[in-house]
Design a binder for this molecule. Structure first.
Ligand code: NAD
Length: 492
């Protein structure tokens, strides 16, 4: 990877707001700096939207809505399909861009491009399949007609950890349903969304259907949009505390909401598990995206009789990781997103060790430019340790032993989160029991990664509301109308 390739790519990424089909600067000319977390260096400045820019983006989404909603589903689908093809054609650029602004290793960034593209394809296929019903009412005196309609202009707020996939997972179903959108990507990683907006433009999307506002003035810009009575829906992916605040603001307008929030996934390994599989699954579930995934396994709940062997094997694997800049060949662990994330991982490890956990490897920040934290394994983590309660969002694998199934279930469910769980067992009945006993919206049974555009992704409890992907995903952007008409055969 040459530096000139990076420079050339960065020069092609739009650095302005995308509003009403035009690329334009912030009204006050302010810019927002984007840094490479592996070096701490500034890589690009983009427009820093004001509140007025945010409202202008909503104006465009509202103006474009009636025409887009009335556009035949097949036509909307074909634009999404073209966007899917273009994302695949520009996969190398998109992957490199994500590595530069977010830090994930290039191989993982390519994986995210493939995953993110799938939402465009999946919802291009779902768009023409939105269906209603026509039935006689039970009394036979009338006909009940049920139809589906786009909810209206939507505000989509995305996090920094999966810059492409979190955007397409919202934009694609919204557009498929006939909604128009204002997208606000995370200020730390705005470049991928701007690049995606250019792709959507090239795919033939009409002006104003997708608008992108990048901003550091997040709270006032987003509050102005959320309080605007023309907005009909909020879809948010991010942390639970911010999600709670936005839900409160959305309540004012009684907005439809989809909330994909934080997680604290248990990864339960029973004594009858295939340990090779469990170790492979653990490495994927923990260290993908440098541990910065809402679906990241946060607590490894391992049967006491296999806990030592499991700890030994994962430690061996972790010691073989290569840490470095995501663009370098063979790197498996990139930087964390910023120094705050490094400090948080360090504090959680220190607390666990102070309460008696054994540090097997790693455990501290790495002394080099950028925000690096060593991949870490902790075993015998004591109940009450902060690391079991908080979302780690870093490359730290924490093991807690258990003695029987009831105890495993109790530990696994002991969190306000309920996004995903992972269970490793060869016992089919036990696997089925765990499906019913674990309070999570998703579960990996002998697998460590569950994400799929064809699946309903989402959480229980404080991990969120609604589902993204699957047959369910488009319904987050549709509203139902029921109409009653008289029996057409009755004498009038
Ligand atoms: P975050 O909550 O800090 O930010 C998410 C988005 O909200 C960003 O665009 C940010 O700019 C914006 N934001 C922050 N404060 C705001 C405010 N006051 N008003 C309006 N917008 C505001 O989260 P993050 O650090 O970007 O992402 C990490 C979190 O996201 C983790 O908790 C992770 O679990 C969660 N996440 C969840 C899923 C899921 O599908 N459940 C997927 C990815 C990430």
């Amino acid at each position: 990877m040459t530096e000139s390739r990076e420079t050339t790519l960065l020069a092609t990424v739009p650095d302005r707001l995308f509003v009403g089909g035009r690329w334009r600067p912030a009204q006050d000319g302010a810019v927002l700096g984007v840094d490479d977390p592996s070096t701490g260096e500034r890589i690009k400045d983009v427009a820093d939207a004001t509140v007025a820019d945010g409202v202008a983006a909503l104006d465009s989404a509202c103006d474009a809505f009636p025409t887009w909603a009335a556009t035949p589903a097949r036509q909307r689908a074909e634009i999404l399909r073209r966007a899917f093809e273009l994302v695949r054609e520009r996969a190398d650029d998109l992957a490199l861009l994500m590595t530069l602004e977010m830090g994930k290793p290039l191989a993982e960034a390519r994986g995210e491009v493939a995953y993110g593209a799938e939402f465009l394809r999946w919802f291009s296929e779902e768009a023409p399949r939105v269906q209603g019903r026509y039935d006689p009412n039970p009394q036979g005196t009338g006909r009940m007609i049920v139809t589906q309609h786009p909810v209206g202009p939507c505000f989509l707020v995305t996090p920094w950890n999966f810059p492409l996939a979190m955007a397409t997972r919202k934009i694609a179903p919204a557009l498929a349903a006939g909604c128009t959108v204002v997208v606000k990507p995370a200020g730390l990683t705005p470049l991928t969304t701007l690049f995606l907006a250019r792709i959507l433009e090239d795919a033939g999307l009409p002006a104003g259907v997708v608008n992108v506002v990048t901003t550091s003035r997040t709270a006032p810009v987003s509050e102005a949009i959320l309080r605007d009575p023309r907005l009909r829906k909020l879809s948010f992916t991010g942390s639970t505390p911010v999600g709670r605040t936005l839900l409160g603001q959305a309540a004012g307008g009684v907005l439809r909401t989809s909330m994909e929030l934080g997680g604290n996934a248990p990864f339960v390994v029973f004594d009858d598990a295939d340990l090779d599989r469990a170790v492979d699954g653990a490495i994927a579930a923990k260290f993908r995206n440098i541990g910065q995934a809402c679906t990241a396994a946060n607590r490894f709940v391992v049967h006491r009789s296999v806990a030592e062997e499991f700890a030994r094997r994962v430690t061996e694997r972790v010691r073989a990781f290569r840490t470095g800049r995501g663009t370098e060949e063979g790197v498996t662990i990139g930087p964390l997103i910023d120094d705050r994330a490094v400090a948080k991982a360090g504090a959680l490890v220190d607390d666990a060790v102070a309460r008696g956990a054994t540090l097997r490897t790693g455990g501290a920040a790495i002394d080099r430019p950028g925000s690096f934290f060593a991949a870490t394994v902790l075993s015998d983590v004591a109940p009450g340790s902060e690391i079991l309660r908080e979302e780690i969002f870093g490359p730290v694998l924490a093991i807690v032993p258990f003695d029987d199934e009831d105890e495993a279930v109790r530990i696994a469910n002991d969190t306000e989160y309920g996004l995903v769980s992972y269970v490793y067992t060869r016992d089919l009945s036990r696997g089925q029991r765990l499906i019913e006993r674990l309070d999570t919206g998703m579960m990996g049974l002998n697998v460590g990664v569950v994400s799929d555009a064809a699946a309903p992704f989402g959480g229980w409890k404080q991990s969120g509301l609604g589902r993204e992907g699957g047959a369910e995903g488009i319904h987050e952007y549709l509203q139902t109308k029921y109409t009653l008409t008289p029996d057409p055969f009755a004498a009038s």
